[in-house]
Design a protein around this ligand. Structure first.
Ligand code: A3P
Length: 325
């Protein structure tokens, strides 16, 4: 029998089990043996029961804000670096461990009737996210929001441009989305970030490989924009939360902003910041045509997926799949 110092032993272990190099955190409170050895000061009860997964630029912040207004729901504490988004499951924060995540859901954060939720719009298309999320939160309800993938791509381009991104400022949207594989890498990277998350069916299938379709709720992001109260009504039923709130009383259309905002009394509103609902020129006709063709196979697959799991096909998807326009 031979032994070695701890680090050398760990090295040896991972040489033998390279598949275990990437950790997969489970819920320590699920197993009584884990609970017994876990510190008394640790807790799991506030782990989120609802995850809003995005993707980015679909109205995920509006949804987050509307959910946070509900008395039965408590969002995570904000992160000092990424604000309301914790981005735990999709990047290196995951390697900071469960303690790091749980600190955003302290034991006293919610009263007994509240459930906690988290929104990180980067979860939708993160490679490892569905598996990691399911390992920790197998019973969570998952909410995705979808808008026309062409509009999402354009909104992302405008978002990156207004953040001063050099590539987005040097190349037109059309050049970005039509860049081919021999284009310079920064251009291809931006193209991919514009186009890839819009391949909705591909990513939804990955979520459905981990979670049952009953746990997944898909919001039509254009309806959330035009009729948020109706969308929030259906969502509350899906989440089985009470009291049932009439969002017509909480939200008010702000003509100046051009969006629904929180009603704050005296006929006033509190809207999302300037970075949500940006003003930019309409998409060029040729880009719209290109994207419509580009997304046709993905949109067709999405339509089939929605029918398969018994969900309505949103109007924007019908429009994208119609032959005219
Ligand atoms: P634009 O700024 O391109 O119009 P996300 O929060 O996921 O980043 O999405 C941002 C998008 O949310 C905005 O994109 C905007 O169109 C949309 N949106 C939907 N409802 C909104 C609301 N009530 N207030 C502001 N933006 C809203």
């Amino acid at each position: 029998l031979a032994s070695a110092p701890p680090l050398a032993l760990a090295d040896k272990y991972f040489q033998l089990r390279p598949d275990e190099l990437n950790p997969l955190w489970g819920n320590p409170c699920d197993d009584i043996r884990h609970r017994r050895i876990w510190s008394k000061s640790k807790w799991c009860g506030t782990l989120p029961k609802v995850l809003v997964i995005g993707p980015q630029k679909t109205g995920s912040t509006a949804l987050y804000t509307f959910l946070a207004m509900h008395p039965a729901l408590a969002p995570n504490l904000p992160s000092p670096t990424t604000y309301e988004e914790l981005q735990f499951f999709n990047n290196n924060n995951y390697l900071k461990g469960l303690d790091w995540y749980l600190n955003f859901f302290p034991p006293n954060m919610s009263n007994t009737t509240q459930i906690t939720f988290e929104k990180s719009a980067t979860y939708f298309d993160g490679d490892l996210v569905p598996r990691r999320a399911h390992a920790l939160l197998p019973n969570a309800k998952i909410i995705a929001i979808l808008i026309s993938p062409s509009k999402r791509a354009y909104s992302w381009y405008q978002h990156i441009r207004s953040h001063g991104d050099v590539v987005a400022n040097n190349y037109t949207f059309h050049t970005v989305i039509t860049a081919n594989d021999s284009a310079p890498k920064p251009l291809r990277d931006l193209r991919n970030r514009c186009l890839n998350p819009g391949k909705y069916s591909h990513y939804l299938e990955r979520w459905l490989a981990e979670y049952s379709s009953h746990q997944l709720h898909i919001i039509d992001g254009s309806l959330l924009r035009s009729e948020p109260a109706g969308v929030m009504n259906t969502l509350q039923k899906f989440l089985k939360i009470s009291p049932h709130i009439d969002y017509n009383k909480l939200l008010k259309y702000d003509a100046k902003k051009g969006f629904f905002c929180q009603a704050v009394g005296n006929d006033r509103t509190k809207c999302l910041g300037k970075s949500k609902g940006r003003i930019y020129p309409p998409m060029e006709e040729r880009s719209a045509k290109f994207l419509k063709r580009y997304y046709t196979p993905h949109n067709t697959a999405l339509s089939k997926l929605l029918v398969r799991i018994g969900r309505p096909v949103p109007q924007w998807l019908k429009d994208e799949l119609s032959s005219n326009g």
